[in-house]
Design a protein around this ligand. Structure first.
Ligand code: G4P
Length: 520
């Protein structure tokens, strides 16, 4: 009997406490011994396993992209979503590889921009969300206001599972509304050290023995109102992505962390069927299939090794197995698949649906590739997004054209940028979804490919993939050649000067499809 899997991610706005929560989850899950090690980069950590040596030799840094731990017989795969302020396609794609997510919000800030964007990506795929209102040990907004904001901004039913007994200076613990337990802080640090008291309900007179008068009064009146005023927990509604259970806590002080792991264990779905063509992939199917959702290149300019991250969708993967990547057509043997733990990498002998394995390769594998034994299915729903920022790439040294082409091909394969080769004109155009990707591009061109280039404003604002009847596409292409380009896979792309331009062309060419995403 294989162990159940929970594959999930944490989504949040920067500073809400994702890193702190990750550390505490790993700590509770027994994956690391000391909180703080997720951030640690000491030599000790690096030398811990053979894989770490490989990582050092090749200069690949895959630290904390995937963190696996086991608790009470359940295997948890926690996928890291890139944490920077800027939004990249990497983030979107990582979310296609999870079955559920924890949304962390700062009790003082509520739903912030990035939380909302990430949530929308989850919603596209009905990924169920557990909400964690963090930092209740500090002054925060009124809990009701926060719940209503989640409900309104995300159009979700909310179900409070716990309630803070005061916040900030008045913080006296967190009350578990499901099990009627009060988790209390110890001493001045306000840390949760396992002090838990059982009650019969919010009306239990014994609560008065452990809470101050004002905290008790607030907790009982608010808690009762919360229980009466919101939906009860409904597993089906949660799993369909219509309801979010909400936990209040403090990652830093360890309140609510255990409850989150338990909620993921008890409520979050096991590996779900994966949308695919011609039919969704059933995780129970014995054929091995998986897809690449992320490629990470090494940070060492001397080596070109990459790690492709594959989410296994069905079947039992065995080391050495031959799988056919959809982009390649011929099978490759996977001899050194890597499993990720918080501190170590291990060569994986087997993996189950829901697991993530790392496949070292030299650029053979691409984001969006389906890997399968029989090469009969294609995972769908891993989109390329229409770039929101387009730039011309200008070479300072014109003799480096070949290197630039290679670099752009590689980096677009990795999902760092999208590249467009205009039908007319010599300068290639790159497109990104977030500003930060531009900086990453320029620095990697120089560091890894020794290509000195800069970016220049392009006369285009966005791009659309064009499809339709061949004759109609040709006719359109003839008239609009100066605005046409090919992407890396030779698909025709319309480079638009403005959003208005897109609308205008759509109106004039009703038989053509202008797509903002292209499935890979
Ligand atoms: P992020 O990954 O979402 O960006 O957030 P991160 O965990 O790095 O947390 C951002 C800041 O918020 C950190 O403080 C962290 O200590 C603090 N924090 C996280 N959870 C809690 C909590 O439950 N209560 C309180 N009071 N603070 C919390 P920092 O000073 O920016 O960084 P650091 O020097 O402490 O690492």
């Amino acid at each position: 009997m294989t162990k159940p899997r929970r594959t999930f991610a944490i989504i949040s706005h920067p500073d809400a406490g994702k890193t702190t929560l990750t550390e505490k989850l790993l700590l509770k899950g027994g994956a690391i011994h000391l909180a703080g090690e997720v951030k640690a980069r000491g030599d000790n950590r690096r030398a811990r396993s053979d894989w770490m040596k490989i990582e050092q030799q090749r200069g690949i840094s895959v630290t904390s992209s995937v963190m696996t731990f086991e608790r009470n017989g359940i295997v948890f795969n926690l996928l890291d979503t890139p944490g920077h302020e800027d939004f990249s396609e990497d983030t979107y794609r990582t979310l296609t590889a999870v079955d559920s997510a924890i949304m962390v919000i700062d009790a003082a800030s509520g739903i912030e921009a990035q939380t909302l964007k990430l949530f929308e990506v989850c919603r596209l795929r009905s990924v169920p969300i557990i909400t964690f209102v963090n930092k209740v040990d500090r002054e925060g907004r009124d809990p009701f206001e926060l719940l209503d904001e989640v409900a309104d901004k995300l159009a979700l039913d909310v179900c409070p599972m716990s309630w803070p007994a005061g916040m900030g200076g008045q913080f006296e613990g967190v009350y578990d509304l499901v099990n009627n337990q009060l988790h209390q802080p110890t001493g001045d640090s306000k840390q949760y050290d396992g002090v838990t008291r059982q009650f019969t309900g919010l009306d239990d007179p014994k609560l008065a023995e452990v809470l101050s008068e004002s905290a008790l009064e607030r907790l009982t009146s608010e808690g009762e109102l919360a229980q009466g005023g919101y939906s009860g927990f409904d597993l089906e509604a949660y799993q369909n992505g219509d309801l979010t259970p909400v936990f209040f806590g403090s990652a830093l002080k360890q309140f609510g962390v255990e409850e989150l792991i338990e909620a993921i264990a008890d409520y979050a779905p096991s590996p779900r069927p994966q949308p695919a063509d011609p039919a969704p992939i059933d995780p129970a199917s014995s054929d091995v299939t998986g897809f690449i959702f992320k490629i990470q290149a090494n940070m060492d300019p001397q080596h070109r090794d990459r790690i492709a991250f594959m989410r296994l969708c069905s079947g039992e993967f065995k080391r050495g197995m031959k799988l056919t990547p959809s982009g390649l057509g011929k099978p490759i043997a996977i001899h050194s698949p890597i499993l990720f733990f918080a501190q170590d990498r291990e060569i994986a002998d087997t993996a189950e649906p829901g697991d993530i394995i790392g496949i070292p390769n030299h650029g053979t594998l691409r984001v969006g590739d389906t890997l399968s034994e029989k090469n009969q299915v294609r995972i769908t729903g891993l989109p390329n997004f229409a770039p929101e920022i387009l730039r011309r790439v200008i070479l300072r040294d014109p003799t480096k054209t070949k290197q630039l082409r290679k670099a752009l091909d590689d980096l677009s394969e990795e999902g760092v940028v999208q590249v467009f080769y205009p039908e007319i004109g010599a300068n290639w155009i790159i497109g990104v979804v977030g500003q930060l990707q531009l900086e990453v591009l320029v620095s990697r061109l120089e560091a890894e490919y020794k290509v000195d280039a800069y970016l220049e404003q392009a006369p285009f604002e966005t791009a659309r993939w064009i499809s339709g009847d061949e004759a109609i596409v040709d006719a359109f292409a003839n008239i609009n050649q100066s605005a046409l380009a090919k992407d890396r896979d030779n698909n025709l792309v319309f480079l638009a000067r403005s959003a208005w331009d897109v609308g205008y062309q759509e109106e004039r060419n009703p038989d053509l499809k202008f797509s903002t995403t292209r499935e890979r």
